[in-house]
Design a binder for this molecule. Sequence first.
Ligand SMILES: N[C@@H](CCC(=O)N[C@@H](CS)C(=O)NCC(=O)O)C(=O)O
Length: 229
Amino acid sequence: MEKRPVNEKLELWIGNRRYSSWSLRPWIAMRMADIPFTCEVIPFDEGMGTAEYAGTPRIREVPPTGKVPVLRHDGLTVPDSLAILEYLADLFPERGLWPADREQRAVARAISAEMHSGFAALRRECGMNMGRKPRRKEVSDTVLQDVQRIDQIWSEVLEATGGPFLFGRRFCIADAMYAPVVNRFHAYDLPRSAAAQAYMEAIMDLPAWKEWEREALAEPWIIPAYENL
Ligand SMILES: N[C@@H](CCC(=O)N[C@@H](CS)C(=O)NCC(=O)O)C(=O)O
């Protein structure tokens, strides 16, 4: 069996909590699994122009990909939200980051992969914004197709597992992968079923969600381009 690394200290680098959807994924998974970690915000460079951010923005220098999130552990640098979540599942097998049931795990992995590689229109037109006052946005047909597909995924798995989370009573990686979409559905008041609404409420009621939201609203960085979507 693989030996557990000696150094248990985990460091997560994230972007602006207000906008960085990919950062929310590992952050909320670690909170929900009660994994201790330190967290550093590396703000996006857009619209900064302040003395503090003069020169090369740290986001271009620090993460190897020029993007966040990044996990650092025991001399290892893991970029990419899904790769980080997989690494955490390996490191903490007892925390149930993936469902215990093999078939459920296969579905959880498939819908996580679908989220990671898909839904480009929704991501482009309805960026995550923790500070947006919920108001309806008229969206393109392509976005509506994304929204309907996500609603279908949520409804089918919730019906099969009984909720309140996608795979039952334990928050898992699939929930973390879809957490930013919960904000998008809410903030842009996108059309959704009662099952999707109940799921969104379960996620937005979590103390971890409220902690992220509180810290997002306390940030000094407002990026007009993201506010005017
Ligand atoms: N596939 C990567 C994507 C990471 C990504 O695009 N991060 C965005 C923030 S949500 C970023 O760092 N953008 C900064 C930039 O492109 O300047 C992941 O899942 O972590």
